[in-house]
Every structure is written in structure tokens, then in C-alpha cells.
Design a protein around this ligand. Structure first.
Ligand SMILES: Nc1ncnc2c1ncn2[C@@H]1O[C@H](COP(=O)(O)OP(=O)(O)OP(=O)(O)O)[C@@H](O)[C@H]1O
Length: 579
């Protein structure tokens, strides 16, 4: 019922077009019953009375009725398809918009394949139903109702027989339909799972080749395909049985009508022409039932698909876009007593973390892997909300402002760099589409990218490939760096930004970064302590708590965990140099 109400709401604003489509369908239905009635006239009066000139008129009438029926129904189909496409594009866009406004936790817990499947295949399933099945069904239903009324007025016992036949047919058909619906839903889940697997397998092609797991991947897909095929055969078989059952009734009914109609003609209760007209109207009455049986699978797949699209309309939204804008950020950050655990997790990732950063200061965050460093940054960006604690930017509460207006003023370079399957220019300008050429060049110089740009035959216009596969890890990271620089942000966040660069490049990029940092509030997350050595303050985050903090020298003097970490890394560096 909810499904019906939401769907009706979607179509509500198109009521004028829908009304026109309905009028066309009614006209089409009226013209459907004219040829059988004219056939009756032919048998009853034209032939017995040898009205040869009337034959021509009847033929003209039949042809005209046919053309008008086709014309009206064609117009109705076009209007409905047009409105259907408007509605379906609205639906897809609405689901997509919602996805972009939902909290990040949703993305951590939802397979990407499932999201893509909903926005593509599910939308397509509904579109198939919308474009072909529904407009035809409406035509056929109106034609059937018109035929039923005509049969009822011509020879009511035949209408009664039809009614009884429908009642008998609907029972098994309903049962089969329920089974097909269940199978359709399972089939859809299987398809989504296959889609997810295909996508994951192709996306992680490097991993697959490195670990030589091609055969496992293929076997996995073969297993999924086999299960899907088995189910599809079952669904197709039931669908066909349902359709044949409809056919059986379609063939058997005229026999029964012939029997009682013949008897009535014999008893002079009706004319032979009336019986001919009634018999000619029977197939029209069966059309909607046959159509339902024929398209059972399409319908049964579209209904769960529609439900799944609607589910996205109900996704929770980050309610901040309507909040006041953050305004020009200067760069004072204050995170107080942050307690946070990921949705569904039992353990706290951050346990009372406090971080204070004055405008233009540089803070380094170090610590063991999984200690919560990246999570702290995600909270600062407002991608996750802490269970308790406050985040203030220039003294303003982040959560009572539009976070987008804050994020726009932060340059982030993280461990993972996502590149668009487009040119280097588009990838760089993603951060600031209106940047001037000189800014672009300057950002590339600062990020150490100039050499690469000069080496590429098409320079900035070189397509860097899907997910940046044509660039090395270091080059990708430099692109991300240039993007961040291009924004001229008052706040910079480097999350292992130089981790995949070789020693020499890292040193060069590090120098560029250090030139960039003065005047901007900067947070640098690093495993290598030398990266944050010059920071104004360093926090050592250990299992969700700030275990130590101070300048590099102060921390070394404390001879605590930082000291141990530094000594371990230092001696390794020494060892490397000695080799
Ligand atoms: N999206 C997520 N959902 C659930 N748990 C997560 C998620 N992201 C991270 N975690 C968990 O939170 C903890 C902290 O992760 P985080 O990435 O913040 O650590 P980190 O200190 O940045 O680690 P590293 O130095 O290895 O990058 C880890 O135990 C991790 O498993």
C-alpha cells in the first residue's frame, strides 16, 4: 500500500497528461469492440439480405476502427512512456541525491555493487515495466472492460461464463504469481550480488593478478551464475505454465460460449450474428490476463526494484545543509573530549581525545596503526559525528553549521588518492574548477608534478585512466597534493600524504609542503616521525587516547613511547645507511 501511495505521489504532478492518456485509452477501447460488432451485423443482415454495397461500408468501418484504435493507443502509449521517463529520471536523481547527503557510515556498511545496482539495474527494471507493460496493460484492460460490457448487453450468459472463467483462472494464477514474485526477488538479490562481485573483481584487478587468484575469481563467478541460471529456469518455467494456463482458458472459453450460444441461437433467443460478435470479443477479454501472465517476471522483478529505489528515499540525511554557512575560516581548531565508535562497533576508537590548534599552527599526529588518527580527521571534517565531545572552528560549533562550507576550506591529502577517469587537467581542477592556468602551474610545481606534466605527450590533457591506474602511486599522491594546494585552503590535512613517495621525491615534496604550511593551520598524520619533526606540537595517539604530546624535543626528553618509536625508526635509518 505504501508502495502504491508513493508511486501515486510521483505521478500526481502529471495528472493532466495521464488524463489525456486515459481518454486515448478509452477511445482505443471503444474502437476495439467495433469490428466484432460489425462482423455480427454482416452475418445477421448484410449477408442474408444480400446488401452488397453494405459490405464495402463494413470493411471501411473495420479498417477505420482499426486505424483509430492504433492511433489512439499509440498516442496513449507515447504520453505514458514520456511521463514514465520523467518519473523514472526523477526517482533516480532523488535516490542519487539522497545518497550524496547520507552520513558516511552508510557507505562503510553498504557494498558499492548494491548501490550501483539499485541506481542502474533496478531503475531499468522499473523503466521496462513503465515503458511497455503498464501502457499496454491499461489499453488491454480498457479494451477488455469495453468487450465485457458489449458481451453483457448482447448475450449476458456469455458474460457470466467469462466471469466464472476468470474467477477459476485467477486462483492458480495468483498462487503461481506469488511463487514467481518470490523467485523474482531472490533472482534480483542474486543479480545484485553477482554485479557486486564482478565490480569488485575488476576494480581489484591488480590485487587479483598479484595474488594469482584469477581462477578463484572465475570459479566464484561461475558458481554464482550456475545458481542464478537454476533459479531463472525455474522462474521461466512457472511463468510459462502460468501463461499456458491463460491460453488454455482462452481456447476453452469460446467452446463453452459456442455451446450455450449455439443453443440460444437454436432457440431463437439471439441471432447468429450476435454469437459471432460475442465469440469475436472473447480474445479481447483475455488479453489483460495473458499479458499479466506473460510479463509476470518483469512485473515481479520491477516491484522489489521499486521498493529498493524507494528505500533510498528514506536514507537518513546529514541535516546540515540548511544550517548557517561557516563563513571565512581562519583556522583555529578545537576538538574537546571526543568519544567515538563506528556504527555497529562495540569498541570506542577515540576515548576522550582533545586537540587544540591555533590559527597557522602545525600539529603532527603519530602513533600505532589503528590508533584512531584518520578517524580523528574524519570527525574534524564532520564526516562522522562523535558520541560526545565538541568540535569548534574559530570558536563556532561545527555541528551547528553547514559542514560543506567548512570542508570547502580544507585541503586534504590522504593515503588513498581517487582519480577520475579523465584528463590530468580535469583531475587537478576538481578541487577548483575556476583556477587560472598560472595557479595550476604553480600548484604542480609545489607538488613536484612539473616534470611529469612535461614528460606526458599531451601534458595536462593526458587521460590518467580509471582510478589513476596509468600513474604510479607517488604520481597519484602528487596529483592529490597539487589539488589541495590549488584550493589555497586555510586548513591543510595530510594523512600519510607522502607515504608512497620514494625517499628523494618525499624529500622534495616535503620541502614544498613546508613552504606551503606557513600561515595555514596544518595537521599532518605520519608514521615516519621525521615528517612531523618540525611541527609546533606532536600528539601521540595510542589506542584512542592521546598518550603523549609536546614538541619533538620535549617528547624525546620524556623518554616515553615517542622516544621509543623514534629510536626504533632512527636505528633503522642508520641500519639502512650502513648497508
Ligand atoms: N569505516 C569504519 N568502520 C568501522 N571501523 C573502522 C572504520 N574505519 C576505521 N575503523 C577502525 O577504527 C580504528 C581506527 O582506525 P583509523 O583508520 O582511524 O586508524 P589510524 O590510526 O589512522 O591507522 P593507520 O595508521 O593504520 O592509518 C581501527 O581499529 C579500524 O579498524
Amino acid at each position: 500500500m505504501k508502495l502504491f501511495i508513493i508511486t501515486v505521489k510521483h505521478f500526481q504532478s502529471y495528472w493532466k497528461g495521464l488524463l489525456l492518456a486515459l481518454i486515448c485509452a478509452l477511445a482505443g477501447g471503444a474502437f476495439t469492440i467495433i469490428p466484432p460488432i460489425l462482423s455480427g451485423k454482416l452475418v445477421d443482415t448484410v449477408i442474408p439480405m444480400k446488401q452488397t454495397d453494405m459490405i464495402t461500408w463494413i470493411v471501411v468501418g473495420v479498417i477505420a476502427a482499426f486505424f483509430l484504435k492504433v492511433g489512439f493507443e499509440g498516442l496513449q502509449e507515447f504520453i505514458q512512456v514520456r511521463i514514465g521517463l520523467d518519473v523514472i529520471t526523477d526517482m533516480q536523481l532523488r535516490a542519487f541525491q539522497r545518497l550524496h547527503r547520507t552520513p558516511m557510515s552508510f557507505f562503510s556498511n553498504t557494498p558499492r555493487g548494491d548501490m550501483l545496482y539499485r541506481l542502474t539495474h533496478d531503475v531499468e527494471s522499473v523503466q521496462n515495466l513503465n515503458n511497455t507493460v503498464v501502457p499496454r496493460f491499461i489499453q488491454q484492460l480498457i479494451g477488455a472492460i469495453a468487450a465485457f460490457i458489449a458481451v453483457f448487453s448482447l448475450f449476458w450468459p456469455a458474460a457470466f461464463v467469462m466471469f466464472a472463467v476468470f474467477a477459476i483462472y485467477l486462483l492458480p494464477s495468483f498462487k503461481l504469481g506469488t511463487t514467481v514474485r518470490k523467485l523474482g526477488a531472490i533472482q534480483r538479490d542474486m543479480s545484485a550480488d553477482m554485479y557486486h562481485h564482478l565490480q569488485e573483481s575488476i576494480e581489484s584487478i591488480r590485487l587479483v593478478r598479484t595474488f594469482q587468484t584469477q581462477n578463484t575469481e572465475i570459479e566464484n563467478q561461475a558458481g554464482k551464475l550456475a545458481a542464478w541460471k537454476k533459479l531463472s529456469i525455474k522462474a521461466a518455467l512457472i511463468g510459462k505454465v502460468n501463461w499456458r494456463l491463460g491460453n488454455l482458458f482462452n481456447i476453452a472459453t469460446p467452446g463453452v460460449v459456442m455451446l450455450i450460444g449455439g443453443w440460444a441461437v437454436w432457440n431463437k433467443e439471439i441471432t447468429a450474428g450476435t454469437l459471432v460478435a460475442v465469440l469475436a470479443l472473447i480474445p479481447t477479454m483475455f488479453l489483460p490476463i495473458r499479458s499479466l501472465a506473460e510479463n509476470a517476471l518483469t512485473i515481479q522483478q520491477a516491484i522489489p526494484a521499486l521498493i529498493r529505489i524507494y528505500e533510498y528515499f528514506d536514507l537518513p540525511e546529514e541535516h546540515h545543509e540548511h544550517l548557517p554557512a561557516m563563513g571565512l575560516v581562519r583556522g583555529t581548531i578545537s576538538m574537546k573530549d571526543i568519544w567515538f565508535k563506528y556504527p555497529g562497533a562495540d569498541e570506542y576508537v577515540l576515548k576522550g581525545v582533545t586537540l587544540d590548534l591555533k590559527e597557522g599552527q602545525h600539529i603532527g599526529i603519530v602513533g600505532s596503526s589503528g590508533g584512531g588518527k584518520s578517524t580523528l580527521v574524519q570527525i574534524l571534517l564532520g564526516l562522522y559525528e562523535p558520541e560526545s565531545g565538541t568540535v569548534q572552528i574559530d570558536g563556532k560549533n561545527l555541528y551547528s553549521h553547514n559542514r560543506n562550507t567548512f570542508r570547502q576550506q580544507v585541503g586534504v591529502v590522504s593515503q588513498e588518492t581517487f582519480l577520475l577517469n579523465s584528463t590530468l587537467r580535469k583531475n587537478l581542477l576538481y578541487a577548483r574548477p575556476d583556477a587560472a592556468e598560472a595557479d595550476l602551474d604553480a600548484a604542480c610545481t609545489a607538488a613536484g608534478l612539473t616534470e611529469l606534466v612535461e614528460k606526458l605527450t599531451d601534458g595536462y590533457e593526458t587521460v590518467v585512466g580509471e582510478r589513476g591506474l596509468k600513474l604510479s602511486g607517488g604520481q597519484r599522491q602528487r596529483v592529490a597534493l597539487a589539488r589541495a594546494i590549488l584550493r589555497h585552503p586555510p586548513i591543510l590535512i595530510f594523512d600519510e600524504a607522502t607515504s608512497s613517495l620514494d625517499g628523494e621525491t618525499e624529500e622534495r615534496v616535503q620541502t614544498s609542503l613546508e613552504e606551503l604550511i606557513p600561515g595555514r593551520s596544518t595537521i599532518t598524520i605520519a608514521h615516519r616521525l621525521v615528517t612531523v619533526k618540525n611541527a609546533d606540537r606532536i600528539l601521540l595517539l595510542d589506542r584512542g587516547v592521546v598518550a603523549e604530546q609536546g614538541t619533538h624535543d620535549e617528547l624525546l626528553k620524556q623518554k616515553g613511547k615517542y622516544y621509543e618509536l623514534y629510536m626504533a625508526q632512527y636505528s633503522e635509518l642508520e641500519k639502512e645507511r650502513a648497508l
